[in-house]
Ligand binder design. Structure first.
Ligand SMILES: *Cc1c(COP(=O)(O)O)cnc(C)c1O
Length: 217
């Protein structure tokens, strides 16, 4: 579809929602995409990217970072605790803080490395047993435990169940963030980012609508 089209759609959704132009950050989700598709989007000026796999990102991004100043990398996939060191080294934001073991590892790495990626807590808004994320009910305790570790999560992230209307999930995430004074909302993907913007998303994660379908071959 192209970067210009996605940017136009984001701007139109911001306007419809009465939100300030530029209040939504586009995260271009480049996981699994061929290099030429990513460099096309880099050449067009996009600088904020999302990746799901630490190893894949370690392979691709150091080179592009050197070639394209100002790149900001967001980790949006499940993060194993033993990858916390690499994640803190590589990413500017981590959207998938979802358990205390990971919170402890991240806190340790943030202290050791003197780097502080912005943190989002992933919430399992659909109560799906197979999906990562803390349950909405657990948020108050989880958040205060994170703060006890010296972490300052700045937002919430969700991936609504695939077979459901995402709207109630976006609304729940927004309410939870407001209740806890968290300014950022990472929600909305290719199929529903305009709906998410209407519900207050500050970060939308768009992959296939921007780059084309992923080929997992
Ligand atoms: C892959 C992925 C996306 C992008 O999905 P599209 O439907 O291709 O836009 C967004 N968020 C997360 C967490 C993902 O894993």
């Amino acid at each position: 579809m192209g970067l210009d089209d996605i940017r136009r759609r984001i701007a139109a959704a911001e306007e419809r929602a009465g939100r300030a132009p530029g209040s939504v950050t586009l995260i271009a989700v480049s996981k699994v995409q061929p290099a030429d598709r990513v460099t096309t989007v880099l050449d067009a000026g996009q600088r904020v990217f999302g990746e799901n796999y630490v190893q894949e990102a370690q392979g691709k991004w150091p080179g592009w970072r050197a070639a394209y100043p100002g790149v900001e990398l967001h980790m949006i996939g499940p993060l194993q605790s033993n990858k916390a060191r690499a994640a803190v080294e590589l990413f500017d934001a981590i959207h998938t803080l979802d358990r205390m073991t990971l919170a402890r590892k991240l806190a340790q790495q943030i202290a050791d490395q003197g780097r502080s990626p912005r943190l989002f807590i992933q919430v399992n808004t659909g109560d799906e047993p197979q999906k990562a994320g803390i349950l909405a009910d657990e948020l108050p305790v989880f958040l205060s435990s994170c703060r006890d570790l010296g972490l300052s999560p700045q937002g919430l992230m969700c991936i609504p169940p695939e077979d459901q209307d995402p709207l109630p999930h976006f609304r729940l995430l927004r309410r939870l963030a407001a209740d806890h004074g968290l300014p950022n909302l990472s929600m909305g993907m290719s199929a529903d980012f305009e709906t998410a913007i209407a519900e207050g998303a500050t970060h939308v994660r768009v992959g296939s609508a921007l780059f084309g379908a992923r080929d997992y071959g």
